[in-house]
Design a protein around this ligand. Structure first.
Ligand code: ZN
Length: 466
C-alpha cells in the first residue's frame, strides 16, 4: 500500500482514509467544519472543489497561462449553451480541462493552512476531458465517421479528444505548476474519462486523427476496429425479440453483452482501445506529478462503476498501472448508483425510437440484463427512471461495491464514492460490504454532520482495521 504524505504521521498507512470531496468555498467560509468532520467522522483527507471554478481554485503561473488553449473562454460562442446545460451562473467558469486563467486562490491557500493545522491532508483536484467541448468544438472528440457530436446527449457531457497534444501538453504544464506552487499532499483528477455511457454518441468517439495515430502506436488495426464499432452502432438500432429472448441467462461481461446485441466480437476492441488511450495519458500525468513533487504525492482518479466501466474508458487493470489509488464520481451524472441506470434509460429510449415497435418493458428488461441489473425491481417504463429518488439507491450501490471484488486487482487502494446521506442502518450495511471487499477507505461528497447515527457508523469504519 502506498505511503501517506509525511504530515499524516508514521502510522498513517495502517489507517483508513475518510475523504471529503468538499465545497472549497463552504469550508473557506466555515473552517470549523474541518475539526467537526475530523472529530465526528474520522476525516483524514480533503478533496476541495470550488463550485465556481470546478477545480481546487488553483491559480497557474503566467507562463502556464500563456500555454492554455482555452485562454479566450470568456468570449467563446458555445459558452452560453454550456452554462445553460449545466445550470452555471454568469460568473462561473465553464467545466473545461485543467486550470483556467483568472481564478482567485485565496480560499485554497486558507483551506490548505486550516487543514494542515489539523494534520488533515489535502489532495488537489481538477478535471480532464469529459465536459465542455461544446465551447471548443475544434478540440472535441469526433465520432466514427469523423463528424462532430451534436447536443442530443450534451447533458451528460460533451467530451474532448483525449489524444490531442495541445490539450494534454498544457495539462501537464498545469499539473507541474500546481504541484510546485501549492503544498498539496496528493492529487485527484476528475473527468479522466469519456462521457458516461448514457451519452450514446460519445460511446462511439473519439475517432479523430490523433486517436487513430495513438491506436496505431498501441498496435491496433484502427480501420478494422472502426468497422466493428460501426457494426455495433448499427446492431443497437436492430434489436429484435429473438435477440432479447436469448438474453435469458445472467450476462457475464461486456464481451457477452456485445454478442447478445449482435455486434462482431472485434467491437470489444473499440472499448479496449479507448481504455488504453486514457490509461496511457493518465500514467503520463501521474509520472509527471511524481517527478515534479519530489515528495510522496498519491495521484489518483475516479473511475466508472464496475458494471459499465469499460464502456466509458475505464479498464481497472490498466488504471491500477496508471494511478496510485482509485475512487469514483459523485453527482447526478456520474454517481455510481445512477450511471448504469441512465445508460439503460438512453439505450432503451433509442431502441424504442426505431421501428418495429417493441414492448417498452421488454426492451428495458433486456438492457437491465446486459448490465446485470435484472434483479433490482427497476421500473418498466423509461420515463420512471428519471425519478432518481424512487430508485433503490442502496441496492444499486451494493451491487457495484460487490462487483469491485471481480474487477479491482487490489494493486492500488480503492476509496469508493460513498452515500453518507442514506439512513444509518443502510450505510452500516454498505460499509460492511466495503470491508469485505477490502476497500481502504471512502470518499464522501457530504459529511452528515447533522446525523449523529451516521457519524458514529462512519467513525467506527474509520477506526476499523484495514
Ligand atoms: Zn481523438
Amino acid at each position: 500500500m502506498l505511503e501517506l504524505a509525511s504530515r499524516s504521521g508514521p502510522n498513517a498507512s495502517a489507517r483508513r482514509r475518510i475523504a471529503w470531496f468538499c465545497d472549497l468555498d463552504q469550508v473557506h467560509r466555515d473552517p470549523s467544519l474541518l475539526a467537526a468532520a475530523q472529530e465526528k467522522a474520522g476525516l483524514t483527507t480533503l478533496l476541495p472543489e470550488s463550485h465556481h471554478t470546478h477545480t481546487s481554485a488553483f491559480r497557474a503561473s503566467p507562463e502556464t497561462d500563456r500555454l492554455c488553449p482555452f485562454r479566450d473562454w470568456r468570449t467563446r460562442p458555445g459558452l452560453a449553451e454550456h452554462r445553460q446545460t449545466f445550470k452555471l451562473g454568469p460568473e462561473d467558469f465553464p467545466v473545461l480541462p485543467g486550470i483556467l486563467p483568472g481564478a482567485d486562490d485565496t480560499p485554497l491557500r486558507a483551506v490548505l493552512d486550516a487543514a494542515h493545522a489539523l494534520r488533515i491532508e489535502v489532495w488537489g483536484h481538477w478535471g480532464l476531458w469529459s465536459y465542455g467541448a461544446e465551447v471548443y468544438p475544434e478540440l472535441a472528440a469526433l465520432d466514427l465517421t469523423g463528424g462532430r457530436l451534436n447536443s442530443l446527449y450534451a447533458r451528460y457531457g460533451h467530451g474532448f479528444c483525449p489524444s490531442n497534444p495541445a490539450v494534454n501538453d498544457w495539462m501537464l504544464a498545469c499539473l507541474r505548476d500546481a504541484v510546485r506552487h501549492y503544498e498539496i499532499d496528493g492529487f485527484y483528477v476528475d473527468h479522466a474519462r469519456y462521457p458516461p455511457p448514457a451519452n450514446l454518441q460519445a460511446l462511439f468517439s473519439c475517432a479523430c486523427g490523433h486517436c487513430e495515430a495513438e491506436a496505431g502506436r498501441l498496435g491496433y488495426d484502427f480501420p478494422a476496429v472502426r468497422r466493428a464499432a460501426l457494426a455495433l452502432r448499427l446492431a443497437l438500432c436492430r434489436l429484435d425479440t429473438d435477440r432479447m429472448r436469448k438474453a435469458g441467462e445472467p450476462v457475464r461481461d461486456l464481451e457477452q453483452a456485445l454478442d447478445l446485441l449482435g455486434a462482431p466480437p472485434e467491437s470489444l476492441q473499440w472499448f479496449q482501445l479507448r481504455a488504453r488511450i486514457l490509461a496511457g495519458q493518465v500514467k503520463q500525468f501521474r509520472d509527471a506529478a511524481h517527478e515534479e513533487a519530489r515528495r510522496p504525492l498519491p495521484f489518483g482518479a475516479d473511475v466508472f462503476p464496475p458494471s459499465v466501466s469499460l464502456l466509458a474508458g475505464n479498464d481497472y487493470a490498466l488504471w491500477e498501472e496508471s494511478a496510485d489509488y482509485l475512487t469514483g464520481g459523485h453527482g447526478a451524472i456520474v454517481a455510481w448508483n445512477l450511471v448504469p441506470v441512465r445508460a439503460c434509460r438512453e439505450l432503451a429510449a433509442a431502441a424504442l425510437r426505431v421501428p418495429p415497435a417493441l414492448p417498452e418493458s421488454d426492451v428495458l428488461r433486456f438492457f437491465y440484463r446486459l448490465f446485470g441489473l435484472e434483479n433490482l425491481a427497476l421500473p418498466e417504463r423509461v420515463g420512471e427512471l428519471d425519478a432518481f429518488d424512487k430508485l433503490p439507491a442502496v441496492r444499486l450501490f451494493e451491487l457495484e461495491y460487490r462487483r469491485l471484488a471481480d474487477h479491482w486487482g487490489r494493486r492500488v487502494p480503492f476509496y469508493p464514492p460513498f452515500p453518507g446521506w442514506l439512513p444509518a442502518r443502510e450505510i452500516e450495511r454498505l460499509l460492511s460490504v466495503l470491508q469485505e471487499v477490502g476497500c481502504q477507505g471512502i470518499v464522501l461528497s457530504h459529511v452528515p454532520l447533522d446525523k449523529p447515527d451516521n457519524l458514529s457508523v462512519i467513525r467506527a469504519f474509520a477506526a476499523s482495521k484495514v
